[in-house]
Structures are given as structure tokens and as C-alpha cells.
Design a protein around this ligand. Structure first.
Ligand SMILES: C[S@@+](CC[C@H](N)C(=O)[O-])C[C@H]1O[C@@H](n2cnc3c(N)ncnc32)[C@H](O)[C@@H]1O
Length: 253
């Protein structure tokens, strides 16, 4: 088994997020719009992979009284406060930082906070890079929903990423996608070679050799999700999937 590596965050992420913030603005706005539609059951949030919250909505965070920011990156805490501290003070939301591996510690975190809502903030799509082993990454990602059974949780994560023709504009930046309508395509077999995959590629002007982040089986079948284009670099784009799973005690999700 390969040792886990910190390849997806750290200073490189912060510098990139800072320099690309204008390019990423519309993606962050679409994430914020989607977050507005969620109905977290708890006022306590476990925010896993929150980093400095470069793409996170302060307004959404303000609905929580207590936020546990969980990230392996030691710089996450002060940078998150820089980006969201003022808003959190205004809403009297209490932020605590835990520098730990949120997937390894997940069972412990769930036991410690049995009432909390969990949000994976653009972290599950990088699990493959972190563990460096496809089979292990896929199997661990597919077990997440079972580990969270009965809990109120959501995730935004990479589905696919790859090179794009920088001259092509994003024709339709967001694709609303109800997984109930295509359980065989997105959630069961993954996207590759499905009509949805071709549609996504054409929407962001992508070439064929896109990377599969092994996340298409994360949500339980039937979970409604939204796909959001992310123009990561001028010549490289991601499709993010955002979805919410209402806990057994929630009335909606
Ligand atoms: C792509 S960044 C997402 C950043 C954040 N959502 C934002 O808007 O700035 C992924 C973050 O997840 C963190 N991370 C990766 N694997 C993790 C794990 N297993 N547990 C906790 N944090 C993790 C990285 O350190 C990094 O900060």
C-alpha cells in the first residue's frame, strides 16, 4: 500500500487559487447558488478539505453556529480566517481547525459529532492523487456513502478533468443533471463514452483524453446532483459534481 501524499493542497493550491480567482469566479458563484439550495439539518458543520475556502460561500457558512475545518494543510486555518473570518464573526459562527486526514479520521469524527452535517469541499476528487493507487482510491471512495449512512452530508468534487481548447468559450457553464434520469450513465458505470460525457466535453471544449477522478460512484443511486464547469487553467478544465444526501432525521435535502 502506498503512503498517503499531500499533493492536492498546500502553498501551491493557495497561490493558484489566489492568481486564478477571477477565472474561477463564475464556478464559485455557481457553487454558492447550489449551496443555497441545500438544507443542512444541523447548525454544526464538519468541513472536510475546506482549505482556505477560496471557492466557498461565506453566506452559506454563516448559517452554521459551529464549523470544524478539517484539512491536512497547516496553512488552512489562518487563510480560511482571512477569507471568511469577518463574515463568521458577523454571524457569531465559531470556527475550529483540526489538522488531520478527514477520510482516515472520518469514523472518529462522526462518532464525536453525531449530530453534525458533513461537507466534502472539493476534496474527494483528489483522493486518487493522495493515495496514488487507483484500486484503493476507488474502493475507499465507494465506501464513503455507507460510512455516512443516515447522516446529513454533501460533496462537491471533480468528476473529470482534462485539456481544453483555450480559444473556445464555455458554451453552457452549468448542466443541471438529475441522476434519477440516468442512473445507468453517471452513477453506475461512470461517464466515459456515455452521451453525457460527450455533452460535457463539448460544453467545455474538451479533447478526448480526460482524466477520470473515480468519483462517479460516490453518491447513493438516485441522488440528484448538479454538474458545474470549472475553467481551472486557460487550457485545462474540470467538471465538478455537487450533490446532497439528506440524513435520516432531515425533512429535505
Ligand atoms: C482542491 S483543495 C480544495 C480547497 C477548498 N475547498 C477551497 O475552496 O479552497 C483540496 C484540499 O483538501 C485537502 N485534503 C486533501 N485530502 C485530504 C484529506 N484526506 N483530509 C483532509 N484534507 C484533505 C488539501 O490539503 C486541500 O486543502
Amino acid at each position: 500500500m502506498s503512503a498517503d501524499r499531500d499533493t492536492t493542497g498546500g502553498l501551491r493550491w493557495h497561490l493558484r487559487a489566489f492568481w486564478q480567482r477571477r477565472r474561477w469566479q463564475f464556478t464559485s458563484a455557481l457553487i454558492a447558488d447550489w449551496l443555497k439550495t441545500t438544507r443542512p439539518a444541523s447548525s454544526h458543520l464538519l468541513l472536510i478539505g475546506g482549505s482556505a475556502g477560496w471557492m466557498m460561500s461565506s453566506t452559506w457558512l454563516q448559517r452554521f453556529r459551529k464549523i470544524d475545518l478539517i484539512d491536512v494543510d497547516p496553512h488552512a486555518s489562518w487563510l480560511f480566517r482571512l477569507n471568511h473570518g469577518r463574515a463568521l464573526r458577523a454571524s457569531d459562527s465559531h470556527l475550529q481547525f483540526f489538522q488531520t486526514d478527514g477520510l482516515k479520521a472520518l469514523d472518529h469524527l462522526l462518532r464525536e459529532s453525531p449530530e453534525a452535517t458533513i461537507f466534502f469541499d472539493n476534496v474527494l476528487g483528489q483522493h486518487l492523487y493522495r493515495v496514488g493507487d487507483m484500486a484503493r482510491a476507488e474502493s475507499e471512495l465507494q465506501q464513503i456513502a455507507a460510512r455516512l449512512k443516515g447522516r446529513d452530508w454533501g460533496s462537491v468534487h471533480d468528476l473529470y478533468s482534462g485539456p481544453v481548447d483555450s480559444n473556445r468559450a464555455v458554451a453552457q457553464p452549468v448542466s443541471r443533471y438529475d441522476a434519477l434520469n440516468d442512473a445507468q450513465g453517471l452513477l453506475v458505470n461512470g461517464l466515459r463514452e456515455t452521451p453525457m460525457h460527450r455533452l460535457l466535453l463539448s460544453q467545455v471544449g474538451g479533447h478526448d483524453e480526460w482524466m477520470d477522478h473515480l468519483t462517479s460512484g460516490i453518491f447513493p443511486i438516485g441522488t440528484a446532483s448538479q454538474l458545474i464547469a470549472w475553467p481551472f487553467l486557460p487550457n485545462y478544465a474540470h467538471w465538478l459534481q455537487a450533490g446532497w444526501v439528506a440524513g435520516s432525521g432531515s425533512s429535505s435535502g
